[in-house]
Unconditional design. Sequence first.
Length: 652
Amino acid sequence: MIKIENLRKTYQMGSVEVRALDGVSLTVEQGEYVAIIGASGSGKSTLMHILGLLDVPDAGTFEIDGTDVTKFSENELAAFRNRIMGFVFQQFNLLKRTSALENVGLPLIYARNGKKSDAANKMLDLVGLGDRISHHPNELSGGQQQRVAIARALVNNPSIIFADEPTGNLDSKSAKEIMEVMSELHAQGLTIILVTHDANVANHAQRIIEIKDGKILADFQNPDSPEVPRVGKVEQTKEAHAGFGHTLLEGITLVKQSIRSLAANKVRTALSALGIMIGVAAVIATVAVGNGAKAAVEESMSRLGSNLLMLYPQRRSRGGVSQGQGGSDSRLTTADVSAIRKEVEHVIRISPTCDGNAQLKAGNQNWSCRVQGVDPDYEAMRSYEPQLGRFFTDEEVHSRARVAVLGVTPVRELFGTDNPIGKQVKINRQTFTVIGVLPEKGSSGFRDYDDTAFVPLSTAMRRLFGKQYLDRVEIQIDEAQNMERAQTDILALVAQRHRTGTAANPFEIRNLAEIQDTMTETSTILSMLLSSIASIALIVGGIGIMNIMLVSVTERTREIGLRKALGARGSDIMSQFLIEALVISFFGGCLGIALGWCAGYLTQRFTPMTVLFTHESIYMAFGFSALIGVLFGIWPARKAAVLNPIDALRYE
């Protein structure tokens, strides 16, 4: 079954070379019970570790059933250890945070042969611990812990059992019981290779190999070995790969073990999750504030109307001092408005505007606000359909009627809760009749859109402000794609009408759509900047995860060695530590979402800022936290995956 020739293994201890094995050759037949004895440092444990594929020789050949295992890859060695070998260690090597049943079932996770946990139950019954399946190692005696280790070694029906000083930490009674179990297993056809320095333990074996200074000193049949009835070879099942179902079961088991491992260090895990939580909360809150600012800009611009152009005389300055709008060649008139309405395509509405501040008085109440003189088209252009009463008509514009449409702010200040329709209000000491109340528009920054009053254009120019020229002209275009063409045509028309010749055009047009795009783009950039700054907290949280994973790898080095001895591949170990990093990220992300929502809610509740949460920002922050967990968990996971099994088992 096992054949080795001229095996050599040398360890470098500082500047000194220690030959643990020096040309060892032997064969072990199937069904043999072999004891390897020798003093400490003789090389017996090194030989067993190589035979158990936990270590590799420096030179020599090693065959199992005619297969040269020295050429196996790491994954092939892991599969071989899991499928045909079982290990019983002097230190038991049971996982402290798991029950006896889970300890015994550990090799099944890596077997990929479809076996269920009932195999672990059967093995515990076999070693007489069927009533201790839920007990943890600290609730079991030394002998019982070793029985659990034996059950774990048997759960995958191996062909060979390797036992390294199986009675070294046991009292004489427990040691006798364990050796009886070994003899029973041998009687069932198992090949047993046992390492010990105790001659009484070695006498249970049929064959004794003595090693000294890395060489076989003696190899003989034990004449004192008790006769053991042979009941035939244990049936070696060859289950096929169980497919997706078993892969899913393995994944669920790894998640459970990861959670259990993290729960054993609650404070440290919580501190690591705290970094992710703060990062996710910061990203969600800042994105929500940015989205709120963007929405506020869009809402503010929507109040001004859609597809609007605003024609102004250019402001002139001399010596850095503003000289006001327009000179004699750049004064807008109602004739310009008529020309634009008739000659420029795509214009659907147009309203000349004249405005100024005025004092309003009703009864004994006074209020100062902005008063604008406009045409009836202004109502549809700016979505100012009155919520009470009506807007003024063309006839009232032509007759310079003293009628006014008030915003909700002057209505509240002058009339309180009374209906103002039909009542009188003095504007700059001239009496006007209130015919309408505007819809509530809200405020933006320092401007209150509701603190305004509208009167007919002619009334404002002739009766209130004494102006002969317009302050501006507001123009609505039919489609957004036609705004650039209309803007060019309007500027050309007014330049022609005012005979500017080759001089610079004294008029300017402000495109509200362009202003809106600029403001939206600015708020988007600001939101991205804030999110980038907040993401730094996520990176810091990721560094915290990496730190805890590195500490965890160091603390659990022996556990990693045990898992590899039981058949875990490097990818299995890496997956487990990555799952732990993901679990931390998951809980930190969930808490971060809650914290971010609370921060956004409080911001909106106690500040004038608008906060807008979106599913995309939550998904982005949560996904980013998971990515951070994976990225920063890879190095510690990789470090764990490449550990040599025997070096990990020896780690103190």
